[in-house]
Design a protein around this ligand. Structure first.
Ligand code: TXA
Ligand code: MG
Length: 345
């Protein structure tokens, strides 16, 4: 298959032409990779069984891992799922934005999209291209992250091209993603919710709207999700892993630097803040930006893991982030990228 690569432009006429062309692909059951504020998505109509089947095939995704359905406006969920008062409170507070809400599904959603579950995950993205494509195509859009299954999610169009060239109809290049980690996924129970996947909408933010906020066990301890029945199927699969071995060190920065300088062998790298660059004897420094800025450290994570593979690093060392607050999303991704192994020096 020939994959068309189109650059999003500022020029309003050209922009509209690109959106119209991509919308036509969606309506005809084809696949278009699109930017969102979190990561790039692999978009197909959420109303067409064949589109969902193509998504699973292009990604090499296990058939029991359901897709998120993206909508243009929060109220569009009404025809796809059984909404609740809490859904609308969450929508008011966090949509459009990096929040996905799991609701009881209606029959219009093909079972391939929901992987046979009675629920469907709904998200209203803030990215303009994603929004306009959904609105113009007039289809809700099923979109998992646009990576081949198991490896780091794509946060720019180059990553998508590496994974999807020749496998999908079109890639829209809208630059780098603002957030860089996937959306927060929550399941609702009355006035309370459970975080199935942490993201930029944090536990504290959710508490302002929900009576109670629980964090699913598999978020804090992904190793125990292996092979078990979990609340979100995505929890049980190998994820985000580069070819390089990612070694997570549970230590303060000083001990981390000492550990890497003593133990780093072969071609190795470190995920470390810009300010500590000079302290490493022989490691390639993959800069996570200004020290102490979680957002800045989260945004480039997947790109840095892909860069490590491009440089053919054998090992990459990183400090284990704290499993709470605004660090939780980064913790959850990095611990899984490291195969859930933690080194305590
Ligand atoms: O930020 C995002 O959410 C990105 C962009 C493209 O929107 N999408 C994304 O999709 O990360 P994906 O397919 O890579 O991850 C979806 C996650 C998986 O962990 C899946 O198991 C979970 O959401 N999920 C989807 N439907 C679910 C459902 N009905 N119940 C529980 N978990 C569900
Ligand atoms: Mg994914």
């Amino acid at each position: 298959m020939n994959t068309e690569f189109l650059q999003i432009t500022e020029n309003p006429e050209d922009y509209q032409k690109i959106i119209n062309k991509a919308a036509e692909v969606i309506r005809k059951g084809g696949l278009v990779a699109i930017p969102t504020e979190t990561v790039y998505g692999l978009a197909g109509s959420a109303l067409l069984q064949e589109s969902a089947e193509k998504i699973f095939a292009a990604k090499g995704r296990p058939a029991d891992n359901p897709l998120i359905v993206h909508i243009a406006e929060p109220a569009d969920a009404e025809t796809l799922a059984e909404t609740t008062p809490l859904y609308y409170r969450l929508a008011e507070a966090f949509m459009p934005g990096p929040l996905t809400v799991v609701l009881k599904k209606r029959d219009v959603i093909p079972s391939t999209v929901s992987a046979g579950l009675s629920t469907v995950a709904i998200r209203c993205p803030a990215n303009r291209v994603a929004h306009d494509l959904i609105a113009v195509s007039t289809h809700p859009i099923a979109a998992p992250s646009a990576n081949r299954s198991g490896i780091p999610s794509p946060t720019n169009a180059k990553h998508v091209f590496e994974d999807m060239d020749g496998r999908i109809d079109m890639i829209l290049d809208g630059g780098s993603c603002d957030i860089g980690l996937e959306s927060t996924v929550v399941k609702l129970e009355g006035d309370s919710c459970t975080i199935l996947r942490p993201g930029a909408v944090t536990e504290d933010m959710l508490r302002q709207v929900c009576a109670e906020v629980r964090i699913a066990e598999a978020v804090l301890d992904p190793a125990q999700a292996d092979g078990k029945k979990v609340e979100s199927p995505g929890m049980k699969y190998k994820h985000y892993a580069p070819n390089a071995q990612l070694v997570l060190i549970d230590a303060c920065e000083e001990d981390f630097v000492r550990y890497v300088n003593r133990n780093g062998k072969g071609k190795h790298g470190v995920l470390a803040p810009e300010e500590s660059r000079e302290q490493f004897a022989s490691a390639v420094v993959l800069s996570t930006g200004k020290r102490g800025d979680v957002k800045e450290a989260s945004r480039p994570l997947f790109d840095l893991l892909r860069q490590a593979d491009e440089m053919e690093l054998e090992t990459v060392y990183a400090i284990l982030p704290p499993p709470r607050g605004e660090h939780l999303a980064l913790y959850n991704r990095i611990i899984r990228a490291a195969g859930c192994r933690i080194t305590r020096p």
